[in-house]
Design a protein around this ligand. Structure first.
Ligand code: AMP
Length: 453
């Protein structure tokens, strides 16, 4: 019960309106510690409710007026990307809607300065910022941290991956040493752990990442593919599935994302594109359209999709697999939000062998291979060691040219031997009545495979 942690009737009312019935595990663990004033180091994936886990207790704190005069923020939330900044500010506004005095300002790169300058000059309690743009404003003397009480680093691992380490340290240095510091990260090792040791004082540790990395409400499936044409045909087939309400289709590059979105639009599909090369105003507009249901298929790259929180996204399709397992977990976490079910499909060519294994090790789950009659690959990307996935892409190089892996693999086995799941046949029916091969609606996905140890 939120009542056990949150005293403010205004906040409880906002939570009730948001439809939240009970705190998520990260909220139940983090909120009491944050209220006590402890520093906190939390391993938590997106989708666990981590944003509310830090915003709710800071709102409680902000109910007590600061003894210090000034317009500067009392809470600073640093995030890696513009989309996450907007998302976090949106949540802060949602939970504080009945707290008239609590104002949130959100600043990020790629947007014009004048409105941000104006917002920063006005009284505000919470500042949500990306590090680069915040540094610009600090250098222009527009930021006053004299009232700052709490510093929060959200998705710290991604912030460091994006090269923000110096900026983050400089910003932390500019805040009062007496501050409370909270650090949230999907992983807690290497440079993130070191950073936390420099910035946090006797932190409380919370780790719920491993459990939630399993994404128990997301059905994960892998499709073997031979080449790009095969990917297009499969995508077309999946898009015609009537259980697909909205989907994000991930590609590796901006160029591929634009090309694919154009192709889908030409095929008459409500689609849009989101990547880091687009103007911020365009990106914001696209996310708004997605929220309103005006876009059914969003083709996106990793950076742009970070932080997107649209509960109606039923499917994530990895048209191209990401380069690392953490990005995979973030991508599929765009569906199955807040307790609803989701489906994540990954298209895997033979060269994706290594990354599929990495993902399976990272999540501790084997991704079930799916074969749809009429769409079978001639080759398989098996994750079983000792079996060679062979390579046959159209303009491609051989598997051994693409990978440093030893080439002592045998030919792939028929799909029946690879434990593939078969579904009844259907034709590739663009524009015809859709067929739903996945009977997932209102049914949580049960893990069938044993996890790796
Ligand atoms: P996050 O992990 O912060 O990105 O949150 C994931 C989603 O869970 C967001 O859509 C939140 O609005 C939602 N959420 C957060 N806390 C709760 C809760 N206690 N009950 C239901 N939904 C929640």
């Amino acid at each position: 019960m939120f009542k056990n942690f949150i005293a403010s009737p205004e906040i409880l009312k906002a939570l009730h309106e948001a439809g939240y019935k009970a705190p998520t595990p990260i909220q139940a663990q983090a909120i009491p510690e944050i209220l006590k004033g402890s520093d906190l180091r939390a391993s938590a994936q997106t989708g666990t409710g981590k944003t509310a886990a830090f915003i709710l207790p800071i709102l409680e704190r902000l109910l007590i007026p600061s003894s210090l005069q000034g317009v500067g923020p009392r809470v600073l939330i640093l995030v890696p990307t513009r989309e996450l900044a907007m998302q976090v500010a949106h949540e802060a506004a949602k939970y504080s809607k009945y707290l008239a005095r609590v104002k949130t300002v959100c600043i990020y790169g790629g947007a014009p300065y004048p409105p941000q300058n104006r917002d920063l000059s006005r009284h505000h309690e919470i500042l949500v910022a990306t590090p680069g743009r915040l540094m610009d404003h600090m250098q222009q003397g527009r930021i006053n941290f004299s009232r700052l009480e709490v510093l929060i680093l959200d998705e710290a691992d991604r912030m460091l991956d994006m090269g923000f380490i110096d900026a983050v340290e400089e910003i932390a240095e500019a805040t009062p040493a007496s501050r409370q510091t909270l650090l949230f990260s999907a992983t807690m090792k290497g440079s993130v752990l070191n950073l936390s040791k420099r910035l946090l004082k006797n932190p409380i540790e919370i780790s719920i990442a491993a459990e939630h990395a399993k994404h128990e409400f997301i059905e994960q499936r892998l499709h073997h593919v031979d080449n790009i044409d095969h990917k297009y045909r499969l995508l077309d087939h999946l898009i015609n599935d009537e259980t697909l309400t909205q989907a994000i289709v991930f590609t590796s590059t901006k160029h591929q994302a634009s090309e694919l979105a154009d192709k889908l639009s030409r095929d008459g599909i409500d689609s849009a594109v989101l990547h880091g090369g687009l103007r911020q105003s365009q990106r914001t507009r696209t996310i708004m359209q997605m929220r309103k249901g005006g876009v059914r298929i969003l083709v996106a790259t990793d950076v742009a999709a970070r932080g997107i929180d649209v509960p109606t996204i039923s499917h994530v399709i990895n048209f191209d697999l990401p380069n690392n397992a953490e990005d995979y977990v973030h991508r599929i976490g765009r569906t199955g939000r807040a307790g609803s079910n989701g489906v994540a499909f990954s298209f895997a060519a033979s060269r994706d062998f290594d990354i599929v294994r990495q993902i399976e090790r990272f999540t501790g789950q084997k991704i079930e291979v799916l074969s749809i009659p009429g769409f079978e690959a001639h080759q398989k990307t098996t994750s079983s060691p000792g079996k060679k996935p062979f390579f046959n892409e159209k303009q491609g190089r051989s598997f051994s040219q693409r990978s440093k892996k030893p080439s002592s693999f045998s030919k792939p086995k028929p799909s029946s031997e690879l434990g593939e799941k078969k579904f009844s046949p259907r034709k590739n029916t663009v524009g015809k009545k859709p067929f739903a091969p996945f009977h997932l609606k209102n049914k949580p996905f049960k893990q069938k495979n044993k996890p790796y140890n």
